[in-house]
Ligand binder design. Sequence first.
Ligand code: GLV
Ligand code: MN
Ligand code: MN
Length: 413
Amino acid sequence: MSLQIDSTRLSAELEYLARISDTPYPSVTRVLFSEVDLRAREWLKQLYADAGLVVREDAVGNTFARWVGTDAEAAPVATGSHIDAIPNAGMYDGVVGVLGGLEAIRALQRGGKRPRRSIELVMFTAEEPTRFGLGCLGSRLMAGTLSREKINTLRDPLGLSVDDACARAYMHGTLEETVLPKGCYDSFVELHIEQGPLLERQKLPIGVVTAIAAPAAVRIELSGPGGHAGTVLMTDRHDPSLAAAEIMLAVDQAARATQSRDTVATCGLVHVLPGAVNSIPREVKLEIDVRDIDGARRDGVLVAIRAAAKTAAERYGCGFKEQLINADPPAACAPHIISAVEESSERLGLASQRMISRAYHDSLFMAQVCPTSMIFVPSKDGISHRPDEYSSPEEIANGVAVLAGALDLLANN
Ligand code: GLV
Ligand code: MN
Ligand code: MN
């Protein structure tokens, strides 16, 4: 089948969605169930309706848009990604997999042949951890890996629970109903920007993902008496920001000590209270992200960081609390989907390369529901989670064409 990707329309849709944001273009900030997120969701549902897709939304706002195949009994093939964006992000992360997934379906529709299996486009809720501190909220729930006890511990910065946030966003049903039965999909393939530099450096248009690195996150809270920055003598202080500084260095060292380029650790969130120049810090909250393709090695780094944190807190006589937010296993991608993506690329004359994903994605959890893989397209200078994130219309169209071809292969097997 010859596939015509409407790159002009897709680019216009990407541009339109980028402007539904809490920060000025080209910066994108779209946090779960914010006014802009809800507006973006409504706009997407209209696009789905225009494409004749059957839409369902679950209790946490995961949205499913189905192009019904000729064999209603056959397990559907699914694709999709997320549209939420961390503060001051770019316009392609996640969105390319949702709008690109939609364009892949429209291209197949234009081809004129309905597939045997239905093709379902999934928009996952809160892939980013911004609101509740935990990434992949929607896909974790779908995979049944998020217990009720754990959900009940999650709070947004205003202290709202996930259930409260869903109720305020007019979602229906209970979070327990979001779990997907195993095997409900034949396969899942997510199109995403690489968010790293490898495809661009090698001048390759397509990456085929074979495995997704295991993410973990830890929250550390340090406390001290605080006090006046002028009058409390240096010898009398218990400043939690000094313990925090040592912990941040230990995070970096723990990752480097493995001597593997697959181990990374970041302290991306530091909150200091009361946050006044003439006040000794009283409370410091750190959130630390650790990833590795090797789950056991990642766990070793976590142990080292947690030990260093405790020691640093003791050294400065500070209060110390820690919480493991998540520690997920890595995912292996399905050989038959990898082959379908490679075959689709070959048919289009696009060179591809197998690679691992160092970023996490909803695919990490979809791999627990059904066979899963991902398609990557190049990211300019490897930049992501920044407003200057960029993939060209042609690079995106290539990814959409490969996705459409792979969906066609998988949906007609
Ligand atoms: C996803 O946004 C990640 O942090 O890998
Ligand atoms: Mn992201
Ligand atoms: Mn993403």
